[in-house]
Design a protein around this ligand. Structure first.
Ligand SMILES: Nc1ncnc2c1ncn2[C@@H]1O[C@H](COP(=O)(O)OP(=O)(O)OP(=O)(O)O)[C@@H](O)[C@H]1O
Ligand SMILES: [Mg+2]
Length: 295
């Protein structure tokens, strides 16, 4: 593993113009937000898409990366058929610029490649391409990464690299147990008390329900794992979420004043108030990614 990391560093260093470790012109800081959960179907993709749209509403330049390489479906929720996906980029048929898809919603997105090999299994050459091309996204203020459920190696890479990791749960007991489970894996894997973890409780019936679920998860994480998790907020159960998925039109566009859409705006304003950790930005993202690859 360490050998592979060394090879990768050499590959990138051999091309300083595109090196993530220091080009003459540092790209501006891009806040990286990774969205994750252990349990499937808790609302990650909806969260990623609507967080992106809500951040764009307050004037941020947002890029959404669909890193769920098993079941990519950001494009389904956005109702956009991408011409190209990560598949074409990793296979070096297209550059990141060429595969970025513009939308009518004020955000840009990079479509995932359903059924494609996990990033963890890419060859040296493919991984080098992927990492170099990620630099192209550094002109965004915010990069939101939607991941697949569970803790595969590539998901942990994106957690390691993120300024903020949003853990999504619902009030269902199995989802709560799984939220604790993923926090435990992160705590064990990274051995640090502050990973910028933030909990979002989706599909709540009331404000109190969201708070109760969050308090449970956060206090157990603090007591047994000694890891800090902040409560970012909740999203109400809202039938509009499902109907807008069926219509392939984001609910914040269908009804910006709806229950779920309002919750998203609250989450954005809370995120905006939190300064993100030192050493953030896409360059650091890539260094951290390399650090992990080497571990
Ligand atoms: N706040 C909500 N209110 C009502 N329904 C919701 C809400 N959030 C999510 N859902 C429902 O849950 C479904 C799954 O959501 P989504 O695809 O975002 O989950 P996911 O975590 O990305 O799933 P996967 O693990 O398969 O990637 C949605 O299609 C929608 O029907
Ligand atoms: Mg999903």
């Amino acid at each position: 593993m360490a050998d592979q990391a060394e090879k990768l560093r050499e590959l990138v260093k051999s091309n300083p113009a595109s090196s993530p470790f220091g080009s003459a012109h540092e790209p501006k800081k891009t806040r990286i937000i990774t969205i994750t959960s252990e349990k499937g179907g808790v609302g990650k993709t909806n969260m990623a898409v609507h967080l992106a749209l809500s951040c764009a509403k307050i004037g941020k330049k947002v890029t959404l990366l669909d890193a769920d390489l098993g079941l990519a479906n950001v494009n389904v929720i956005l109702g956009v058929i991408p011409k190209y996906t990560l598949y074409h980029m990793i296979r070096q048929q297209k550059t990141m610029r060429e595969i970025i898809t513009e939308t009518d919603y004020g955000i840009r997105f990079v479509a995932g490649a359903s059924g494609f090999t996990k990033i963890a299994n890419l060859s040296d050459e493919e991984r080098k391409t992927f990492i170099e091309e990620l630099m192209t996204l550094s002109d965004a203020d915010i990069l939101i990464i939607d991941t697949s459920a569970g803790v595969s190696k590539n998901v942990l890479d994106f957690v390691a690299a993120a300024d903020d990791t949003l853990i999504i749960t619902t009030p269902e007991p199995t989802a709560i147990t799984d939220a604790y489970g993923i926090i435990k894996i992160i705590a064990t894997e990274f051995n640090t008390t502050n990973m910028g973890l933030k909990l979002v409780v989706n599909r709540v019936a009331s404000v109190v329900e969201g708070k109760k679920v969050a308090e449970r998860v956060i206090s157990i994480a603090s007591q047994f794992l000694n890891i800090k998790v902040d409560y970012l907020g909740f999203i109400f159960e809202d039938p509009l979420v499902q109907s807008s998925v069926l219509k392939q039109r984001p609910f914040v566009a269908v009804d910006p004043k709806g229950k779920a859409a309002q919750c998203l705006m609250n989450l954005v304003s809370r995120l905006e108030k939190v300064d993100y950790k030192e050493g953030s930005g896409l360059n650091s993202f890539l260094s951290r990614l390399f650090g992990r690859i080497g571990s």
